[in-house]
Design a protein around this ligand. Structure first.
Ligand SMILES: [Zn+2]
Length: 185
């Protein structure tokens, strides 16, 4: 899909498309936690399931809408828009196999079907530890691959920031608890 264009030509469209589907969730989380001072339990068992938020998340995770958007941008020769939609599509294909209880409605608004994967990117009851390890490895390998392509300081800073973010949360939720467990046994 990206073979005919140079990736470094549209870094903004790729990055924004990659994070756009989850952006409302980040905004909701930080607003709920730091402004409204809600507990983690309230955030993930109540607020997150509000129909309005769920519909916004479903639209941004919609595979058919991303395909239609990419086709429309292709027809109108709007390359940034096409790359943005394809980047959203890649995000959706990445989400599909690693969401269990929190699976998105990837065919919204045409269908509310949720694919319940046996794997979760976070839930230890559904191989969350293993999936997080694989995800961290993929992020590191992908970063090594794209670092020579993106020479701009901001792009490189973003790559380092993303890796630091992953490493921090992986250490905090999986590595340190595992080391503690091994230390106490
Ligand atoms: Zn997502």
């Amino acid at each position: 899909m990206f073979s005919q264009v140079s990736l470094s030509q549209y870094p903004g469209a790729i990055v924004v498309g990659a994070i756009a589907p989850d952006l409302p969730i980040f905004v909701f989380y930080f607003y709920s936690k730091w402004v409204l001072r809600r507990s983690e339990r309230e955030i993930w068992t109540e607020g997150y399931w509000h129909p309005r938020l769920q519909n916004i998340v479903a639209i941004l995770h919609s595979i058919p809408l991303a395909i239609l958007g990419a086709i429309a941008c292709h027809v109108f020769n709007f390359m940034e828009g096409k790359i943005f939609c394809l980047s959203i599509l890649l995000h959706c294909f990445g989400d599909l196999p690693v969401h269990h209880d929190d699976a998105h409605r990837h065919f919204f608004p045409f269908s509310s079907y949720r694919f319940i994967s046996p794997f979760s990117y976070w839930d230890p009851n559904h191989y969350g530890r293993w999936v997080a390890s694989v995800e961290l490895a993929i992020v590191l390998l992908a970063s090594v691959q794209i670092l020579p392509i993106f020479t701009h300081a901001i792009a490189r800073g973003a790559i380092v920031a993303i890796n630091s973010f992953y490493a921090f949360f992986y250490s905090r939720y999986y590595l340190i608890p595992l080391l503690r467990k091994l230390g106490s046994s």
